[in-house]
Design a protein around this ligand. Structure first.
Ligand code: RM4
Ligand code: MN
Ligand code: MN
Length: 383
């Protein structure tokens, strides 16, 4: 039997999406940036924008942070600001890809002093997470080499395992370590954590609370991401997601915009896995579109993909699969995918006190104009 609508609404009400602080600020391509009026000037304003997305969608109750981009002198003040805005802190993301010392790598650098510096930054992030009440370190390792022979691939792997083991020892019980992978960029010959297999092997070596993070933009063309999700979930190593959408590479477009069917199939795998949903974070970089609208639409698209996946008739699906009926299972998925879940999602949002139509409400609310006026007035930030 497919789930009843009240059941879907109840599940939707429990959905939590983390939005990324770094998705609210200025971003661009390698070729240019188009600053938007009212863009936040610091982490406090990024949190304000995250709170507005939550107010409109009812589902974006956590904000993921990136350090040192979000570094402040007083973490108690930041924690309070986040709490007062009705949010909690999501994953803490260390940044091992911008310091010039990390040119040849961070945790895998041939120089022991640089490796030490990378580990120290991760340990600092563990402390920050504790101060903020976060329960995850989310690592994207940009390390890699550009040319064959540039460094020894196996030595780099050992350095990585050693560094992560050191960080893991310092990790308090309540924190998990999420290990993201990406097959290229910024390194173009060999990336030290290129794929989910490498990430899962690394996690197995590091410890139980190390799990893989799947960023939808980090695979080669045509990769079956939902299958990766299924296998990781089956191994108990699916830590979470960085949601975005891509056409060619790590495009960081609005989730569900280019390939909504893939998003639905990923949620089908999540729904069929026992236990709670893993950490669901957005990781996007909006270049030409209005940032807040883009974030709100992303959350709405996630709600809809989840609702559709919940509506799959799982008993009928299993029966079709066991009967070896090639097309019937496919049709059952399509049936759920083609349904219009917008009214159910609107109802869930209304019950959460959010907007039935969040993007339209944002356009009419005056929020964007208000922040543009406040933040563009060149006044010093006083706090
Ligand atoms: C990377 C990766 C990371 C994100 C950075 C900004 O491509 O997706 O998760 O933190 O971009
Ligand atoms: Mn990512
Ligand atoms: Mn990425």
């Amino acid at each position: 039997m497919p789930r009843s609508h009240p059941d879907v609404v109840a599940r939707l009400r429990e959905l939590v999406i983390e939005t990324p602080s770094w998705g609210y600020g200025d971003s661009g391509t390698r070729f240019g940036t188009f600053p938007q009026p009212g863009r936040p000037r610091d982490v406090f304003e990024r949190v304000d924008d995250a709170a507005e997305v939550h107010r409109l969608t009812g589902t974006a109750g956590a904000v993921a942070l990136h350090f040192p981009w979000d570094a402040v002198d007083d973490y108690t003040q930041l924690r309070e600001h986040i709490g007062h805005n009705g949010l909690r802190v999501g994953a803490v993301n260390p940044n091992l890809f911008q310091d010039p010392d990390f040119k040849l790598g961070s945790l895998t650098n041939p120089d022991a002093d640089v490796r030490r510096k990378a580990i120290d930054h991760m340990l600092e992030c563990v402390d920050i997470a504790q101060e903020l009440g976060s329960t995850a370190q989310s690592l994207w390792l940009a390390d890699g080499t550009n040319y064959p022979g540039q460094d020894d691939l196996r030595e780099r792997r050992r350095r990585l395992l050693e560094g992560l083991a050191r960080v893991y020892t310092a990790l308090p019980e309540e924190q998990e370590l999420l290990v993201e992978y990406k097959f290229f960029e910024p390194a173009f010959y060999a990336t030290d954590l290129p794929d989910w297999g490498t990430s899962v092997l690394t996690c197995q070596r590091v410890g139980e609370r190390a799990r893989v993070l799947v960023d939808l933009g980090h695979h080669a063309q045509g990769t079956n991401v939902e299958q990766i999700v299924a296998f990781l979930a089956d191994e108990g190593r699916l830590g979470g997601f960085h949601f975005n959408n891509r056409k060619y590479a790590d495009d960081d477009l609005i989730v569900g915009s280019v390939n909504p069917f893939e998003l639905f199939l990923i949620f089908c795998e999540l729904v069929s896995s026992p236990g709670p949903l893993p950490r669901l974070t957005i990781d996007q970089s909006h270049n030409i579109e209005a940032k807040l609208e883009a974030m709100v639409l992303s959350v709405v698209n996630l709600q809809e993909a989840y609702a559709k996946a919940l509506l799959v008739d799982r008993d009928a699906l299993r029966a079709a699969q066991h009967a070896g009926d090639v097309l019937l299972g496919h049709e059952i998925l399509l049936d759920a995918y083609r349904g219009d879940v917008r009214p159910i999602c609107a109802q869930a949002r209304a019950e959460l006190g959010a907007a039935e139509d969040p993007v339209t409400e944002l356009r009419h609310s005056g929020y964007t104009e208000r922040i543009a006026a406040q933040r563009e007035s060149h006044q010093e930030i006083t706090r």
